[in-house]
Design a protein around this ligand. Structure first.
Ligand code: PLP
Length: 375
């Protein structure tokens, strides 16, 4: 199987596997004071430091969670519980881990057809705030479907100028592009281990000192009482090792692989590529060929030995028209034919060629009319 679905989950890195196994063998509670417990604590704190170094933050400001979904929920719910007169701003870009947390009265910031948030629209909406209202912006760093990198730094500055807060879902960005929470100027940032080659079921929230945050899981007081529950020591160890390993990845290698894939596809068929005019995550390609339904493409590619996704694959195998493409004003008939191919740390140039060949073969069979001219 040629795996081209890294934005859904990246395969486990060998460094993460080793760290996981080592931590599992300790088998102690990191809150226990005996030596085995202290060893487990050491593992958790080492991983926290690895993440802090990677994101340019302090380890004290990081809380481990059960994944990106929980990290996003903790930031949004935990902040909105304390901010007075919040006005939430969100675009149609966000993953359900964020969009499903939005209050009914959240205000929608439009997207440009390129796939980036419209900063002019955000400015107009911020200017319209009334006295005492506090803006709270949710803006992801890189989109899981198109890979488009968002102008988070500029948006967060605008929000800060109005005395507000920005939460950034950086789940898809970490390990793929540089992430520096200080430079971004955000107040909260969510991360997930399995997107960069760590194990599933572990993530983290970073929050700025002084940013309001009400604990959502209360109990034994772990993670400085911000997120109770015995830490997933092995998962955290694997996460930390994956973070360290991912810092050595060069974006150019993955961009070359992705570009080779896109060049082969576009030379063969009149496919439309999304987000191509913006900075994108290295390795991510989202495109459509009208008339070739997303789910048919995924199944045909699977039969051809290539694993890909139709838009966002995080839920249940159900394929819905992408909300992101709709927000980018892509016509429904095109959006229904969107496919996401995502390469990552173990991808090779030969994967791009094999994936493109499998797609072209399937597309020729499904939509022969699109190939008439080149036939
Ligand atoms: N945010 C984004 C942008 C994602 O792509 C995902 C996963 O697909 C999540 C959040 C959720 O992360 P997790 O699967 O760790 O809960």
């Amino acid at each position: 199987m040629i795996y081209c679905d890294y934005n859904a989950t990246a395969p486990l890195r060998p460094e993460a596997r080793e760290a996981l196994g080592f931590a599992l063998d300790i088998g102690a509670n990191p809150s226990s004071v005996h030596s085995a417990g202290r060893k487990a604590r050491g593992i958790v704190e080492k991983a926290r430091q690895s993440l802090a170094t990677a994101i340019g933050g302090r380890s004290e400001d990081i809380v481990f969670t059960s994944g990106g979904t929980e990290a996003n929920a903790l930031a949004i719910k935990g902040a909105l519980a304390l901010v007075e007169k919040p006005v939430v701003f969100v675009s149609g870009l966000e993953h359900p881990a964020v969009s499903a947390q939005m209050p009914d009265n959240a205000r929608r910031v439009s997207l440009k057809p390129t796939g980036e948030i419209d900063l002019d629209d955000l400015k107009v909406q911020l200017d319209a705030l009334e006295e005492g209202e506090v803006p709270f912006l949710c803006l992801m760093l890189a989109n899981n479907e198109t890979g488009v990198i968002q102008p988070v730094q500029a948006a967060a500055q605008m929000v800060r100028d109005e005395g507000g807060y920005t939460h950034c879902d950086a789940v898809q960005a970490l390990g793929k592009i540089p992430v520096n929470v200080g430079l971004l100027g955000v107040d909260y940032a969510a991360f997930s281990s399995h997107k960069l080659g760590g194990p599933q079921g572990v993530g983290a929230l970073w929050f700025r000192v002084g940013a309001p945050l009400k604990p959502q899981l209360i109990g034994g007081g772990q993670e400085r009482s911000i997120r109770s529950g015995t830490e997933n020591v092995a998962g955290i160890a694997g996460f930390g090792a994956a973070v360290e390993a991912s810092q050595a990845v060069t974006a150019k290698r993955l961009n070359d692989i992705r570009d080779q894939f896109e060049n082969l596809v576009s030379a063969a068929a009149p496919a439309v590529f999304f987000g191509k005019t913006c900075d994108r995550l290295p390795g991510t390609s989202c495109f459509a060929l009208e008339g070739f339904a997303s789910e048919t493409q995924v199944m045909a590619m699977d039969l051809g030995g290539v694993a890909v996704s139709a838009g966002s694959a995080c839920s249940s195998g159900k394929v819905k028209t992408s909300g992101v493409l709709t927000a980018m004003q892509v016509e429904e008939k095109i959006a229904r034919s969107a496919l996401r191919v995502s390469f990552g740390w173990a991808s090779e140039p030969s994967d791009a060629i094999a994936a493109a060949q499998a797609w072209i073969k399937a597309a020729k069979r499904a939509v022969p009319a699109a190939f008439k001219e080149s036939a």
